[in-house]
Design a protein around this ligand. Structure first.
Ligand SMILES: [Ca+2]
Length: 232
């Protein structure tokens, strides 16, 4: 049997190769009692060097420690279309509000969009609160970043790609600032929520937001929720 596994990523601490539809799947963050794992002995692994390819323009990766309430993402200077963070269930403690901060150096004048993307999973959904963009002298560029000023989504636009008709939007069931946040429990589609501001070239913007990864059931090895932010 021959199969090809993708590279170990994130906080992988173990891996396995199974054959399903002629594809391989990567186990990571498994726990020792996982019944899906099989120990084998006298197995030969061969590692193949793939051809070089150009790196993406992704600048930063979230760095989270389990007891840390604040996470700093590196500065990006690569807008438009820069992917600012790659937050997954493997890198974020669940059932805890975590503050994320980053900076963005303005690369173009005029309309600048921050687009937050969320993918939920059967065992995880997202809460999002207190988004902020401040210029170098502290002026807030976002409107209603805490979602608390209205029962409608004032200042924001949102939507989805894929299949997701109702399970996202404003909620009062969990929040960091009282008493509303934005949530996503859509597992088949990608939810996006966006806000624009007028940017300036060279200006340093301080971006922050809070996330709560809500674990609603015991996840399987492949149960992954994700969140990303891009600036366009
Ligand atoms: Ca709020």
């Amino acid at each position: 049997m021959q199969c090809t596994c993708k590279a170990l990523t994130m906080s992988a601490i173990g891996w396995n190769c199974i054959r399903s539809n002629n594809t391989c799947q990567l186990f990571y963050n498994y726990f020792t009692g996982d019944t899906g794992l099989t120990s084998l002995t006298n197995i030969t692994f061969k590692f193949q060097q793939f051809p070089n390819r150009s790196l993406s323009t992704t600048k930063t990766v979230a760095m989270v420690t389990s007891n840390d309430q604040m996470t700093t993402l590196g500065e990006t200077t690569q807008a438009p279309s820069s992917l600012l963070c790659n937050i997954t269930t493997a890198s974020l403690p669940s059932n805890n509000w975590t503050l994320f901060t980053t900076t963005y150096r303005g690369t173009h004048a005029g309309n600048t969009s921050l687009i937050f993307y969320f993918v939920a999973s059967p065992s995880y959904n997202w809460y999002f609160d207190d988004a902020s963009v401040k210029d170098s002298v502290g002026n807030e560029k976002f409107i209603n970043g805490n979602f608390d000023n209205s029962t409608t989504l004032v200042g924001w636009t949102d939507g989805y790609n894929g299949v997701c008709s109702y399970n996202y939007g404003l909620t009062t069931s969990n929040y960091y600032s009282a008493n509303t946040s934005y949530y996503d429990s859509c597992t088949l589609g990608v939810i996006w929520i966006s806000q624009n501001f007028i940017g300036s070239v060279g200006e340093l913007y301080n971006i922050s937001f809070r996330l709560y990864l809500n674990k609603v059931s015991s996840p399987s090895s492949f149960d992954i929720a994700q969140m990303n932010l891009s600036i366009v």
